[in-house]
Design a protein around this ligand. Structure first.
Ligand code: SAM
Ligand code: SF4
Length: 334
């Protein structure tokens, strides 16, 4: 594999950040993410750990410096920690940061191993601290395991960022106490607007909560100072004087952030999606399994950079609206 030219799209955006889904499976069933009877991919279609590793090396050779492992729930994939260890060896040798987004249910088991492999920061998704509300929203009664996992991550020296999807009537009233809790524990926190990705059982319109409204509420309660901090992703941050912590806002609906997009996503079956909100994809698995993987992957990357769309456009503006794309976030990789 040659150390070839960087990945730059037709809008002159340089791609330095890969989100790699290692599985579409999950041990939770968050209602805004997937239906209870989610159909998962046959395991035979999913890339092997060795293929995921090889593919990652190709991206690193093309200038990717930050790699986030995600899913589905990355920690439910058996031997996933072996991939983390292998990729950890690229830190300081092409890769600046290796990180993970997890629901936290299995973090207690893996926190030490993640830290030992060179992971420094992780995102843990947690929408509520109320056990009954958690069980209802995720359709699994696993809040104690998640809290244990977050504590273990802190103990292992990992910097934890808590991500919560802001949901009208579900966690809206609890957001200030969730933020205060996260900051009290020493974790940054980010709020996310729910996106219309894939069919779910309910109507996302019923619980869509624009973050400008949440921000207005928080400003009446606390002193929010815009911060220049960036995490390499789409979040925009404020510092909160009263809690002493940092709060991010990810606003795919109310504040488009595509101009500075530096990312692409690869699914567990090796499909490269250039945009979370588009159907455009390039099949890296076929290239990887061909008799000329280097040449075919180079062709795929060139096509992807030529086709990456300028911006997504999501709307949740009326009841019963169809998803913007048919794929669930758990398939594309969050
Ligand atoms: N299972 C892991 C987790 O929950 O952190 C990783 C994958 S999950 C798809 C990544 C993130 O996407 C989570 O923070 C989750 O809350 C968020 N998410 C899932 N579906 C979403 C949707 N339709 N709109 C906005 N965020 C969503
Ligand atoms: Fe699983 Fe994450 Fe989707 Fe929840 S948001 S169902 S934890 S993939």
């Amino acid at each position: 594999m040659s150390s070839a030219s960087p990945l730059i799209d037709r809008f002159a955006r340089r791609i330095t950040y890969l989100r790699l889904s290692v599985t579409d499976r999950c041990d939770l069933r968050c209602a805004y993410c997937m239906p209870e009877r989610m159909e998962f991919l046959p395991k035979a279609e999913v890339l092997s750990l060795e293929e995921l590793h090889r593919l990652s090396l190709h991206f690193i050779a093309r200038g990717v410096r930050k790699l986030r492992l995600t899913g589905g729930e990355p920690l439910v994939r058996r031997d996933m920690i072996d991939l983390v260890r292998a990729l950890g060896r690229k830190l300081g040798d092409g890769l600046d940061e290796l990180t993970l987004t997890t629901n936290g249910t299995r973090l207690a088991e893996f926190a030490d191993d993640l830290a030992a492999a060179g992971v420094k920061r992780i995102n843990v998704s947690l929408d509520t601290l109320d056990r009954a509300a958690f069980a209802k929203l995720s359709r699994r009664d696993m809040l104690p395991q998640v809290l244990e996992g977050i504590a273990a991550a802190k103990e292992a020296g990992l910097k934890v960022k808590i991500n919560a999807v802001a949901l009208k009537e579900i966690n809206e009233a609890e957001l200030p106490s969730l933020i205060a809790w996260a900051h009290g524990e020493g974790h940054d926190m980010t709020l996310i607007e729910v996106m219309p990705l894939g069919e779910v059982e309910g109507d996302r319109f019923d619980h869509y909560l624009p973050l400008d409204a949440v921000r207005g509420d928080l400003e009446r309660r606390w002193t929010l100072t815009p911060s220049d901090a960036r995490s390499g992703g789409p979040a925009r941050y404020v510092d909160i004087a009263e809690t002493g912590g940092r709060l991010g806002f990810i606003t795919p609906l109310t504040g488009n952030f595509c101009d500075g997009c530096n990312r692409v996503r690869v699914t567990a079956t090796g499909q490269l999606y250039m945009c979370l909100g588009g159907e455009g994809r390039v099949d890296l698995r076929a290239a990887l399994r061909s008799d000329d993987p280097d040449g075919k992957l180079a062709e795929c990357f060139a096509r992807a950079m030529g086709e990456k769309q300028q911006r997504h456009s999501f709307a949740i503006d009326k009841p019963g609206g169809a998803p913007a794309v048919s794929r669930h976030m758990s398939t594309t990789g969050g």
